[in-house]
Write a protein that binds this ligand. Structure first.
Ligand SMILES: Nc1ncnc2c1ncn2[C@@H]1O[C@H](COP(=O)(O)OP(=O)(O)OP(=O)(O)O)[C@@H](O)[C@H]1O
Ligand SMILES: [Mg+2]
Length: 363
């Protein structure tokens, strides 16, 4: 395996407030250090994502039967759902070596040409964050994907010549958290696209039991359920919470992760029963207690919680919206009835200034 660049994690995340979040989906340094040991090694070990797994299994099996290199695969989905893991599984299932690089690591078309021309036959090239590749590199990739050929430009200016270079057949596995940002000509060149969804709690429980086994941590079924419910549908977060709960179980209990130990540990770390952390709750609480549930403008809400608008919008809101706790409306942010219930508060009869009337079909 060859790492051209480590995957950027929370620590490099330019968004304020995104670093060091226990429930952040991007990999932090500790995740990067331990994830290799927890990654499933073949499709059989890969939990959930039934449809993607079944489709990919067919693609790979068929290629193996033909003795051919597998079609190019695009994996899209939110951070921490298993794209990198699946790319390594693809290589393992094909018995092929894997080369790992990422869009931001490829500044010039020449960088890509160097990688492509050194690939072995059948090798898997994993291109993480493929939506962040430069335009010239992208255009070179089109030709490489389709014709297994690149034109290497030698020299500069009017004297520059294009030397065609044949490539061995390879499988490109592209990963992106932003499939919508991919230019259609690039998207069209993938033979198979797998879209990864958030995991159901029962699937996260299986991830947790598997990880607990590997880490040699005694985990009871109810303890796993408690952690799974707080993991935001994301295996990376589940594994991270498991490590924190293990610490607690070791220091404050007898090492066994029971339901009660999980709940107590995660309340110490301020991750609530639905996986909201302090920032998420601060946003909801301000919305409910200061603004009667809204609508309130983003910047006003951000000032109320003492954060940048950007942090509220990009770090806290996506999960609150996904959970159906907050809605973005043209008139501002509005809390849903589920938000009042989650914080154990009663919605006022009249919304703020009566302006919430009709928004959720309540008086
Ligand atoms: N289906 C799964 N079954 C078991 N464990 C999983 C699964 N998916 C992910 N994991 C675990 O979650 C961790 C994160 O997964 P991975 O690094 O593949 O996510 P990613 O989609 O590549 O994230 P990013 O977008 O940040 O690169 C892995 O270490 C792995 O242990
Ligand atoms: Mg990844």
């Amino acid at each position: 395996m060859n790492w051209d660049e480590t995957t950027p994690g929370d620590a490099d995340d330019p968004r304020p407030g995104a670093a060091d979040r226990l429930v952040g989906a991007a990999a932090d340094r500790e995740d990067q250090a331990v994830e290799a040991a927890l990654r499933p090694k073949d499709l059989g070990e890969f939990v959930g994502q039934e449809r993607v797994r079944e489709q990919l299994d067919l693609v790979l099996r068929a290629a193996r039967q033909r003795g051919a290199t597998a079609d190019h695969v695009l994996l899209s989905g939110a951070p921490g759902l298993g794209k990198t893991t699946l790319s390594m599984i693809i290589a393992a299932e094909m018995g092929a070596p894997i080369r790992i690089t990422s869009g931001p690591a490829i500044q010039h078309a020449g960088d890509l040409a160097a990688i492509l021309s050194s690939l072995a036959e059948g090798e898997v090239l994993f291109l993480d964050e493929i939506h962040r590749m430069s335009r010239p590199a992208e255009e070179m990739l089109y030709m490489a994907m389709e014709d297994f050929r690149v034109d290497v430009i030698v020299g500069k200016g009017p004297g520059a010549t294009a030397i065609p270079l044949e490539l061995p057949p390879f499988t490109l596995v592209g990963a992106t958290t932003r499939a919508g940002l991919l230019p259609p000509p690039l998207r069209d060149r993938f033979g198979f696209t797998g879209h990864m969804d958030f995991y159901a709690p029962a699937e996260l429980e299986r991830v947790l039991h598997r990880s607990a086994g590997l880490l040699d941590v005694p985990l009871e079924a109810e303890g796993a359920a408690e952690i799974a419910g707080r993991s935001r549908g994301t295996p990376r977060i589940a594994n991270r919470l498991l490590r924190r709960v293990r610490d607690f179980a070791q220091v404050k209990a007898d090492g066994v992760i029971t339901r009660e130990v999980s709940a107590r540990a995660l309340s110490v770390y301020e991750v609530d029963a639905r996986g909201l952390d302090r920032l998420d709750r601060a946003v909801l609480e301000a919305l409910l207690k200061l603004f009667g549930g809204g609508p309130v403008g983003l910047s006003t809400l951000a000032v109320a919680v003492g954060e940048e608008s950007e942090t509220v919008e990009e770090v806290a809101e996506p999960f609150l919206v996904r959970e159906g706790l907050l809605a973005r409306t043209p008139r501002g942010r509005v809390a849903t009835p589920a938000a009042w219930a989650h914080l154990g508060l009663t919605a006022p009869q009249q919304g703020w200034g009566g302006s919430q009337q009709g928004l959720f079909g309540q008086p």
